[in-house]
Design a protein around this ligand. Sequence first.
Ligand code: ATP
Ligand code: MG
Length: 402
Amino acid sequence: LPAVFEPARPILQRIEQAGYEAYFVGGCVRDTILGDPIHDIDIATSAYPAEIKQIFNRTVDTGIEHGTVMILDHGVGYETTTFRTESGYQDFRRPDSVTFVRSLAEDLKRRDFTINALALKENGEVIDLFDGLGDLKRHLIKAVGKPAERFHEDALRMMRAVRFASKLNFKIDEPTKQGIKDNAPLLEKIAVERIRVEFEKLLLGQNPVAGLTDLIETDLYRYCPKLADQKTALDQLLDLKPWQLKTEAEAWAVLMMVMQLDHAQRNAFLKAWKTSNDLIGAVQKIVLAANAILNDQLTPAILFATGEKLLISANRVAALFGQSQEELDLRDRYQALPIKNAKELAVNGGQLIKLAHVKPGPKMGRILHQLQQQVLDRKLPNDQNALLAAAAQLAKEDGNEN
Ligand code: ATP
Ligand code: MG
């Protein structure tokens, strides 16, 4: 048994001692055989959720209705899912119901790709019913069973195929790829959030260009939110320097750069993908800063507004478009700013009211903004008296009452 599974071995043993079968399954088995690090260990078992809960003291109901119970052991959680088949794929997405079964083979059959249908026994034996090991060697993503049928059952699998192509730097087996081409429109039935998860993993994978090439060649992109008419932009992604991005916000920013959208269009695009407002904010900042880096227009105001973390992201994005700065220089420039957030300004609104007799309202906001700008540009020191004097002056110049 590979060493990473050693701490989890007693879990399988305890389930087996209770008279059930249990295996490590899915991504953890695949990645270990590939020699890649794993992020979590999933277990498949013939025991029903209630039976698992009788064996272990500490469990969490993470998805009982799908057969999943999390077993807690030494601070680690193990998702443990009862063998199941899925029936009644009426609408090209998740099955209407799951049926628990007692056979591993039935469970492996419903999995998406041969490389994801491997099971690992407590004694180290690999159960490989669909030549997943062969496909791992050949670097192939191949549907379990007939591709068209499998994509009809669950159209998200098509998106998963292209994301694994990127994540693992594998090729999609020809019949599986043909199955995607033939069924790509079914992707429209899938919830945007689920498509997004796979798309983000594609963009952050080992070989995003491979995944994107498949996305384009299979026509899948045409059924992704707001990408149908973006073939030219997507093609440009294929011509960038080889990329390796670190965050989702960077990935979306790269896409925004080739699509050349304005601020409002970027907002609408990301909303269509149902991303969070936090992510939208980060992407907007990265795009702005990346463009500034590319145009040699990185001002103190942009450094300030972007923040150190997103500046580094922006720099990684700019690098793909041919220009970037030394990361250390950029950090130094940021660290050298006289203030790093609005709170560090030596006066606040309350003090402006009390000490500089500015009335609360939009006018005060304008004055604060100008003070901040002048401090950033080192036209004013970040000193309370200097700022109060400047504020009084600005209040006079700003003729408006409010
Ligand atoms: P990752 O390392 O990216 O998490 P993973 O293989 O663990 O990869 P998950 O999405 O976590 O992927 O799914 C776990 C396992 O469940 C897969 O390996 C596969 O066997 C099965 N699976 C997940 N989604 C589907 C699906 N839509 N159809 C069939 N099987 C699936
Ligand atoms: Mg996983």
